[in-house]
Design a protein. Sequence first.
Length: 456
Amino acid sequence: MNNFYYILAMNLSLLTFYIGVLIIALPIPIKGLKKWGPSLIKDSILSFIIIISIYFIYNYINNFANSLGGSWGYFNLWYSNAFSLSITMKAFLLELSALSLKIPIASQIRSLISPINDALTAEIIFLAGLWGIYFIVNSLGQTLLMFGIILYSIPFRISRDAGAWFISFILVFSIGLQLLPVFATNLTESAGVNLNGQAMSLGLTFVNAKATYHNNPIKNSLIYVYTYNNSYKQIALYKTNDNGQIISPYYGDELPLPSEVPSYIFSVIDNVAFKLFPYPFYPYNLTFSNQEFNLYTNNILYENENYTVAFEVNGNYSSYVEGNKVYIVGNGGYVEIRALNGCVSNLTHINSVEYFGEWNFYNLKGYYYKFVPDNQSNTYLSFTINNCKVPKLNVKYEDYANNYLGLENILTPSILEYLLLYYITVPLMYFSLLISVTYGLARLLGGRRGIIPRVI
């Protein structure tokens, strides 16, 4: 938050307190004036508590929404589906209405189409208004919240009503809009409408996550995501960037995952899969403290963006890097090094037996070197990292949100029922609920009755 406006609000709260104390201390026995003293002191204490509380609440709004299964990414997906579906159906009905003019039962067809067309028009208007609220809350929310806090802190309750409404509106809708798809999904499912069965039963949430090994980022890795129900089923294929951030092809570092079932996540490099812990991953255990998740493996000893990887299996090994030289030492199990042709050289080993072979992964080809200890002593390995030409990995990434909850997956025979309930009726009910909660919170903060904020 902007420190200047935050400090200004606190200073106004303190000013209110000092004015209250001054009025009480004035040797003027005017009842109408004296009654303001205790009121101003109480107002200053309340506004100070609200200022401190809101500062922390606003900073954790997104985490709170994530803990309930919502996110701005989920809202954007729901909104884009709603708008696309509404526009598409309206265009189809208009075309059908125009064609019906040329057949004998035109009036009967138009009488059937007209109510649906009116409902779609109302839906499009509602969605346009909802997008305006989304823009205000998501882009201008912090500014309006600070403005509300300042108005709330002005002495003598001059603009307390307006301040309470600004504060309530931003807080309620910042959380509420993110949870709108969750509310619509749960309520619609309870009504017995099939919302693309499997996808909706898995749920959807968005998280930020990095893939690491021994606190180092896993670069240029494919990230496979599975669910499990008697057997593993792949639901997504993502990738990591040079910082180890797991990236969605549609939502960037906002990673779509199921919210109702655990995810089994693997990092795959050079056709070798590494379990990423915690395994399985439970995104519905989100809490306020979760900012970014660290998904890690302890098997990798070295990895870089050129598809060079060294890892150990069932052993106890450690590694360190000096310049372009990698050193590995340990015992037990075995160590394997995989790289593209020409990316590593000067391989040396002590107290181990070397095995050699080739690997293929999509359009990549390379060699592997497997080192198995030949006695109980420590095994010593070293190799040099070379600058090598790396081809682009030809792979089609799959996004969980788009594959399972995209518009193409909701075009079912019950599409009209789906549209009316999931995109019109339930969202309107939910929007009315948010207005009521905003009104109640504003009243709780000290605002007067009435829907429109009043500034005197």
